[in-house]
Design a protein around this ligand. Sequence first.
Ligand code: DGP
Length: 110
Amino acid sequence: MGECIFCKIANGEFNTDFLYEDDLVVAFRDIEPQAPDHILIIPRDHYISIKDISDEAIIGRLFLAGNKVVEQLGISSFRYVINTGKDAGQAVFHIHLHLLAGRKMGWPPG
Ligand code: DGP
């Protein structure tokens, strides 16, 4: 999708440092980190939200990529978040899995 910032990142247009990448997904650090480790895992292809993905391989690969980053960074406690829709806090409409770690987190989420 032409103007999508995450499509451009996945295409390597900004020389983003990928913590993990494969044929389907890439992982990189969030520009506005909400925790000491805040990584975004996205599919290379454009899907607006998690509910728009019917390909189980991509859904699976997002989490497996997250798990690889968890292992790579030596993280033990972490949180996966997928904000879906404006009221849930989604601001970028190219699906992304947040991986948050490195600080104590509250529950329930705000
Ligand atoms: P969400 O609110 O769930 O849609 O999360 C969007 C996240 O994307 C937010 O934490 C900030 C991050 N973000 C937005 N633009 C960029 C960018 O250009 N580069 C990176 N690395 N992160 C971005």
